[in-house]
Design a protein around this ligand. Structure first.
Ligand code: NOJ
Length: 583
């Protein structure tokens, strides 16, 4: 706690110095002193699939420690690690049994302490994933709460009586399919689960629950972590009336997201979280906040908000027609893709945003956003350029930096991910045949992002010397860190160049965003500008050559091109360029 007080005093001094600088007019609104997490790049590691050092087929904490120099070579300042707590692993760690102990598959508490220490030596912070909407049904809290109706944790979860006919209290469908309610014999009541039946939702209305969760977060801050990602946070507040929703599928159920996401009053809980966990520290907190509209960004992340950033899902959901169900998708145009980015870039004067195209729940971005692109290397470089030059903090997901692609499995049985099985079932129920349903899974399965990291050309892509928990993708001989490290034109080295470029040209970090040729279906083009410089970014989002001459060519200097050389007035397929423009 003493350490936290010192940090608080240091922060006050920094704020006062920052204030003086601003009042002397040295910085503009967009260029105020940035916090460390605005100035950095975050890397998301999915521990099961990152690197295995003990041969059990699962990646582990020492595996992450062993690759810190690699991550430092990308300019990464923080590593978000998805949950590593004790867990039965039915949802790969998002079903936590004990937030104070480490899943033995991944290592020990000592391993985590070593990781934090070693990362610190390289100026890298470790960001933990707090799964606070629900626990595992194997958590001691749930075991007690579900044992009868008279125990100390009686109302730590959301319990409700059956309707008169014995059915569930309402018709909500859990995000992983089926009713969001499961019957408990011992209590003769139903409990609510936003996700699977083994992930019972905590009752945040109970102050003891909230304080226990805040204690957990403080325990990890005292261990030295630099931030948190808060899982599924928009669901922590439930509406008072558990009313039926309008059925939106063939099962008569109504997706829970539309009923409970971002319920009025949620910010009161989160202000309390901020006050009891974050205030007085320099950690950053990013919320997984599916369901918060852009107009509310300021309430969540503005000056008096609750988080530093929240993930918005508009872009990754661009192709879904009916909620996030994979069986009904549509094609989209570049202008639609650009519009979504434009909207949230425009609002970033007062809020800061995380930038991401991939995470452990999404398909690989090259397949997701450029499904027709056959030149995967240049396609991946085009997306990388966007990720690293928009306004906000880039979040790189493991493997994205080498251009990993979706994996195509032959049968549904080869998929591990719980939601893939559920979406497959829903696709069949909604009229798709088996092959069509499997194709939806191939396109959107979370396993696409979870196949093991491709380190080199050796067996199992150098991920494990044992049997990998999930099969390695077939293309690892062509796409892997080892080969790309030595190739100046690789996707990996393009990420490194972009990372350097951000350091050399702060306008890419604090500058404003002004889009050009918004209606173009070929180019994504914008200027990042601060008081000192103007950087023009232009990306050809097509597989053909496009004529391009920047305005004022005489005063425009090419900084980098994703092809490594200058082809003058012609942008090659998926080519990305950054220019410096004179005022
Ligand atoms: C969001 C996480 O990113 C996802 O992987 C998980 O399955 C759900 N929340 C439930 O915790």
């Amino acid at each position: 706690m003493k350490l936290r007080k010192c940090i608080a005093i240091l922060l006050c001094i920094t704020v006062i110095i920052g204030f003086c600088a601003c009042s002397k007019g040295q910085t503009g609104k967009n260029e105020q002193q940035l916090k460390w997490w605005q100035n950095t790049i975050v890397y998301e590691a999915y521990p099961s699939s990152f690197k295995d050092t003990d041969g059990n087929g699962y990646g582990d904490i020492p595996g992450i420690t062993s690759e810190l120099d690699y991550l430092a070579s990308l300019g990464v300042g923080a590593i978000w690690i998805t949950p590593i707590f004790a867990s039965p692993m039915k949802d790969n760690g998002y079903d936590v049994a004990d937030y104070y102990s480490i899943n033995p598959l991944y290592g020990t508490m000592e391993d985590v302490e070593t990781l934090i220490e070693e990362a610190d030596k390289r100026n890298i912070k470790i960001v933990m994933d707090l799964v606070f909407n629900h626990t595992s049904d194997e958590s001691e809290w749930f075991k007690e709460s579900s044992s009868d109706r008279n125990n100390d944790k009686n109302d730590w979860y959301i319990w409700a009586d059956a309707r008169e006919d014995g059915s569930a209290p309402n018709n909500w469908r859990g995000i992983f399919g089926g009713s969001a309610w499961t019957w408990c014999e011992a209590r003769q009541q139903y409990y609510l689960h936003t996700f699977a039946d083994f992930q019972p939702d905590l009752n945040w209305e109970n102050p003891d629950v909230r304080n226990s969760l805040f204690d957990i977060a403080n325990f990890w801050i005292d261990k030295g972590v630099g931030g948190f990602r808060v899982d599924a946070v928009t669901y922590i507040k439930k509406p008072d009336l558990m009313l039926d929703g309008v059925a939106d599928g063939t099962d008569g159920l109504s997706g829970i997201h539309n009923m409970t996401a971002n319920t009025e009053g949620i910010l009161d809980f989160l202000h309390e979280f901020k006050e009891k966990v974050q205030d007085g520290t320099d950690i950053f907190v990013v919320g997984e906040a599916n369901g918060v509209p852009n107009e509310q960004l300021e309430d969540w992340c503005g000056e008096n908000g609750v988080f530093d950033m929240i993930f918005s899902f508009d872009l990754v959901n661009i192709q879904f027609v009916n909620g996030e169900y994979w069986y009904k998708t549509r094609d989209f145009k570049l202008s639609e893709f650009k519009k979504i980015i434009h909207v949230f870039q425009q609002g970033t004067d007062d809020v800061w945003v995380p930038l991401f195209f991939e995470n452990h729940d999404q398909p690989r971005s090259i397949n997701h956003f450029l499904p027709d692109c056959t030149d995967k290397i240049n396609g991946a470089k085009a997306l990388a350029t966007l990720l690293m030059t928009l306004r906000g903090t880039p979040f790189i997901y493991q493997g994205e930096e080498i251009g990993m692609t979706n994996v195509n499995r032959d049968t549904i049985e080869e998929y591990n991910d719980i939601s893939s099985h559920n979406q497959y079932k829903m696709a069949l129920e909604n009229g798709l045949d088996r092959e069509e349903a499997l194709q939806c899974v191939r396109d959107y399965s979370r396993d696409n992002a979870r196949s093991p990291m491709q380190w080199d050309m050796t067996a199992n892509s150098g991920f494990t010397r044992g049997r990998a928990w999930l099969a390695v993708a077939d293309n690892y001989l062509a796409v892997n860190v080892g080969s790309e490290d030595n190739d100046p034109n690789s996707v990996l080295n393009w990420y490194r160049q972009l990372s350097e470029l951000r350091k050399e040209h702060p306008a890419l970090i604090d500058g404003s965003f002004n889009e050009l040729r918004e209606d173009s279906e070929e180019l994504f083009m914008y200027i990042r500008e601060n008081k000192k410089e103007k950087i023009l970014v232009v990306i050809n989002f097509t597989g053909k050559q496009v004529d391009f001459i920047p305005d004022n060519p005489g005063s425009t200097e090419l900084l980098i091109s994703s092809y490594g050389d200058d082809s003058g007035d012609i942008l090659r397929p998926y080519e990305a360029r950054c220019y410096r423009q004179q005022y």
